[in-house]
Design a protein. Structure first.
Length: 572
């Protein structure tokens, strides 16, 4: 009896040891997957996709393989986005889709040069701190009550984001918001984070402080700034990578088209931008600040009275005085910035003869205008001390030449070179999809959709782009979606811009998650905004943006461009 019991206990103990060992190995395997999942994905994903072209080895299928491979790497960021964008340079020549020379040319098209020129101008504005001065003056002008201050911050961010990258515009505004809210809190007016009655007791019990939860007012300030950057980027063609992606793909896939003019883009999209922005402000203030809900808790918390407005206005005035008078550097950069707008606007304004048409009969695009200003930024000195070179007062004579308005060292540090590769990779995909027939093949499979009325085709395309952009890079989504829409427009005999432009705008409607766009991540981090909260308010933003786009574009777009007829240059 004792022997049987001993054997049973031994067997049970051995089984438990074996189970424990298996559990430990399972945990180790799970931990290894968490650490090395990107490496495993990079290796396994191309092997999983092999049947795409192994079973039907055509140029279109091989191109589809590369597109799916890059889409997977882009979505999961298994490799850095710019590195993934270089895959066409390797696989297209080796797989017999495009020659190396043709792929290389896609990485530095006119759109890329316009992007470089626009960014150099934006970096010069940031380098001399002109953008901060403009922001502070506008906020002071608008007013400093919570609701008016929010409108002021949103307006400034939107305007700045039209000309510089959405990420840079958000990064510029966040410190201003933090300083303003901190000062108000120090004066006993409002709170940045929710207070906890047991906070003192918890700090005694826990050596590490608990993550602070932002107040709803704080979340409104921060997230509305991120949304304003994304919306503002749609107003100007250089304001967003998705805009430039659309311009490059459109002019690549339809080389005989008139192209995407800077002036027409603004005439069409600035009104759409303004409507979306201020309807969004109403939505955000309703959700967070109790707008139209005067008896709500949110509305009561922002009643700071005249004292709060005085403190906020004093802080803004103090920051303006700390900056001192406007320097020669700021004035010169400001004039160059205005010159770039004038050159872009009047290159081909349609209502009068453009300056480019007066000079030459050759096609001059917006990159030329941008680079004219870039040369001036590197030629004009940042200090006017050269006027004292012959002064009798030796102390006034310059001892060394003044640096230019912007230097190459600054450009090297601040230029997002990776985005140039990202744009180029998208253009390479578009060229390959056209040459190999991949876009035509996909469009043929979607022919059932093209038989619908064109408004419904646009609606489906926009919904698809909006959904994808919540989880992936905006530019990456545009690179994958737009070439297919171009081919669908040819099959459906619809003007390509009617489908492609709204979809490209929808790629910027990335509101629902911190990972949806860099501005969201920048805004969510300093205020510890929960992802669930961003998802809730972001859904309302998506609805507003899509509703405005669907109500305005089908009617206003044909007024700017002749979208009601299928153009001859789009016929293959």
């Amino acid at each position: 009896m004792q022997l049987a019991l001993f054997i049973a206990i031994s067997s049970s103990s051995s089984a438990m040891t074996t189970f424990g060992s298996m559990a430990t190995k399972g945990q180790l395997l799970l931990n290894a997957l968490k650490v090395y999942w990107r490496t495993l994905f990079v290796v396994a994903y191309p092997l999983v996709l092999l049947p795409v072209f192994v079973c039907y080895n055509t140029a279109a299928q091989r191109c589809l393989y590369v597109v799916l491979l890059m889409a997977g790497y882009w979505v999961f960021e298994a490799l850095p986005l710019p590195v993934t964008s270089l895959i066409p340079m390797v696989l297209f020549p080796l797989m017999g889709v495009l020659d190396s020379d043709k792929v290389s040319l896609c990485y530095l098209k006119e759109t890329n040069m316009m992007f470089v020129g626009g960014l150099v101008i934006a970096i010069a504005v940031e380098h001399c701190n002109l953008h901060t001065r403009v922001a502070l003056y506008v906020i002071k002008l608008v007013g400093c009550s919570p609701r008016r201050l929010n409108i002021g911050l949103v307006t400034v961010t939107m305007f700045v984001s039209m000309w510089i990258s959405n990420t840079a515009a958000t990064a510029m505004m966040i410190p201003i918001i933090e300083a303003t809210l901190t000062e108000l809190e120090q004066q006993g007016i409002g709170e940045m984070y929710e207070s906890n009655e047991l906070e003192g007791q918890k700090m005694l019990e826990q050596p590490e402080p608990e993550t602070k939860r932002p107040t709803r007012t704080t979340m409104c300030y921060f997230i509305s700034t991120a949304y304003a950057a994304s919306i503002g980027g749609s107003g100007c063609i250089i304001g967003s990578g998705t805009n430039l992606t659309f311009k490059g793909l459109y002019e690549t896939l339809f080389p005989d088209s008139p192209g995407v003019e800077f002036t027409k883009w603004m005439i069409l999209n600035v009104p759409v931008m303004l409507i979306i922005m201020y309807l969004s402000v109403v939505w955000l203030q309703f959700w967070y600040m109790g707008l139209f809900r005067p008896n709500s808790v949110d509305a009561k918390k922002i009643r700071v009275g005249t004292q709060g407005e005085t403190v906020a206005r004093k802080l803004i005035s103090q920051k303006i005085s700390e900056m001192g008078p406007m320097s020669f550097h700021e004035k010169a950069v400001g004039l160059c910035f205005l010159l770039s707008i004038v050159l872009w606007f009047f290159r081909k304004p349609q209502f009068i003869v453009g300056w480019a048409e007066l000079i030459t009969q050759h096609k001059v695009r917006d990159a030329t205008a941008a680079l004219i200003v870039v040369f001036l930024l590197f030629m004009i000195p940042s200090r006017p001390d050269f006027v004292y070179i012959f002064s009798r007062d030796e102390s006034k004579r310059p001892k060394a030449p003044s640096p230019a308005l912007v230097t190459w060292k600054v450009i090297q540090q601040k230029m997002p070179w990776g985005l140039i590769f990202l744009l180029g990779g998208g253009f390479a995909l578009a060229e390959a999809s056209k040459v190999s027939g991949m876009s035509h093949m996909i469009a043929e499979h979607l022919r059932g959709i093209t038989s619908l009325p064109r408004f419904y085709v646009m609606l489906i395309s926009c919904l698809m782009a909006t959904l994808l952009t919540q989880f992936s890079s905006n530019v990456a989504v545009a690179n994958v979606v737009l070439p297919v829409l171009a081919e669908m427009s040819v099959l459906a005999k619809v003007h390509p811009m009617y489908l492609m432009m709204p979809a490209s705008l929808c790629c910027s409607f990335a509101y629902c998650l911190p990972v949806s766009s860099p501005p969201n991540a920048i805004a969510a981090a300093p205020c510890n905004m929960p992802s669930t909260e961003m998802s809730k308010v972001g859904l309302g933003m998506v609805f507003i943006s899509l509703a405005v786009l669907f109500l305005v574009f089908p009617f206003y777009g044909p007024v700017i461009w002749d979208l009601n007829t299928f153009p001859d240059w789009a016929v293959e």
